[in-house]
Design a protein around this ligand. Sequence first.
Ligand SMILES: [Cu+2]
Length: 177
Amino acid sequence: MILQNQIWLLTLTGIGLVSLVFIWIIVQAGKPADSAQVQKTAHTIRRWWFLALVLLGVGVAYATLKPFPIADQNASSPAGQIVDVVGRQWSWTLSQNQIKAGVPVQFNVTSLDVNHGFAIYGPNDLIVTQTQAMPGFTNRLHYTFTQPGKYRVMCLEYCGVAHHGMVTEFEVVGGQP
Ligand SMILES: [Cu+2]
């Protein structure tokens, strides 16, 4: 299952769980309760709930930040090919339009005017990787393409009236089709 479908499933499950909580509250409403006992139970639930949320938050942060795609900006590059990317209102300039599959590539991404979002879409129109294109700063983005084909670059950050037209293409060659 592709990632977007997994997230969709997770979202639906979450909505279902929240709905169940609401239904439970509606069913429980109106029943008389011993307030001291309720308070004691609530405090216990709150303690465990807090601990679970902290563990979940730390776990999710660790799992999602570990494979951080934006490389150390000062380290020497391990990439076998380097592509310089310049964004401006409203176009992209890439130093090359052919990239080899299976060889790590480093995109050096910057902007001449305002902030842009440098996003690469694969042949199936799903986002492959992305970073910011910022004026006065170069972001290094590392990625290794596995699938050959036509890839599109689109701006992911609104940057003016022709933002939607900030599209370019490049080709990934070699590798397994
Ligand atoms: Cu834009």
